[in-house]
Design a protein around this ligand. Structure first.
Ligand SMILES: CCCCCCCC/C=C\CCCCCCCC(=O)OC[C@H](COP(=O)(O)OP(=O)(O)OC[C@H]1O[C@@H](n2ccc(N)nc2=O)[C@H](O)[C@@H]1O)OC(=O)CCCCCCC/C=C\CCCCCCCC
Ligand code: LIP
Ligand code: MG
Ligand code: MG
Length: 212
């Protein structure tokens, strides 16, 4: 869904991408910097109950994930190394965000909120990784699986906006429910990707002839 905004993001980041390339900054440096920014912020801000600052700063660093690709395409340097680095470091950033949220529930809440919140955050991490794995495996086999209701942009927007809103004073149940729904939506996305790959794989099977 939000991946439709990819083109718009590219146009938005075009001037900054040009300026950074002119300053001899590489797309890989932006990828690494953005990941480190998310990692450090998520593992500091969420476990220490700074939900608003965490959501805003992580959101800003996460946008660098759009800038790196824009820079690579502008420089005519997008390729398999960059694609590998980008996707692999995205998994590290995602792990930090959802582990940070799990730590927030474990350290600052009691009872059912603590149990449901931490479990839902870890479920988002594990099932979200399955979503990404399904796509990576499909692409490794020469197919595509870039479909689904909870792709990475949706997972980040829902988790960060709800964390921010709770930090601003909304009841914590808002974040718990959002994470439970996100884990379920991620599971649906895994199913959608499996169905897409199955269609492609079966269409590629040459039917056996009746001749012996
Ligand atoms: C109360 C409400 C508050 C409202 C807050 C506002 C919320 C914001 C709402 C919406 C924002 C929506 C933005 C999402 C758009 C996402 C579009 C999208 O899908 O973009 C994709 C990007 C990047 O993905 P990817 O890395 O795959 O693409 P690239 O363009 O990089 O291309 C990859 C190829 O490039 C090559 N390459 C790459 C790197 C490299 N080093 N070398 C290379 O060669 C290679 O070929 C690769 O294959 O995804 C994203 O941008 C991630 C999503 C970011 C979403 C951030 C969400 C922030 C939201 C909220 C945060 C703040 C909340 C604060 C709330 C405060 C309290 C109210
Ligand atoms: O597959 P997914 O997790 O929903 O979404 C993402 C892809 O849209 C993106 O191209 C890739 O760089 C990310 O690492 C991640 O895989
Ligand atoms: Mg990127
Ligand atoms: Mg990425």
């Amino acid at each position: 869904m939000l991946s439709r905004l990819r083109g718009l993001m590219g146009r938005l980041f075009h001037p900054l991408a040009k300026a950074l390339l002119a300053a001899k900054v590489s797309p890989d440096a932006v990828t690494v910097f953005g990941t480190l920014g998310v990692l450090v912020t998520a593992l500091w801000a969420f476990p220490t109950d700074h939900l608003v600052a965490g959501a805003i700063i992580i959101g800003l660093f996460a946008f660098l994930d759009s800038l790196d690709g824009t820079m690579a395409r502008l420089a005519g340097r997008s390729g398999s190394w960059g694609a590998f680095l980008d996707s692999t470091l995205d998994r590290l950033a995602d792990a930090a965000i959802f582990c940070g949220l799990a730590a927030y529930f474990l350290l600052h809440h009691e009872g059912p909120t603590r149990a449901w919140g931490a479990t839902a955050a870890i479920a988002c991490l594990v099932i979200g990784s399955m979503v990404s794995y399904a796509r990576a495996r499909a692409e490794g086999l020469g197919m595509t699986a870039n479909v689904g209701i909870a792709e990475r942009a949706e997972r980040l927007v829902v988790s960060l906006v709800c964390a921010g809103v709770v930090g601003l004073g909304a009841p914590v149940v808002v974040l718990v429910v959002a994470l439970v729904v996100l884990a379920l939506a991620s599971l649906v996305t895994v199913g959608q990707r499996i169905a897409t790959v199955r269609r492609q794989a079966l269409a590629a099977v040459v039917p056996a002839t009746s001749e012996g």
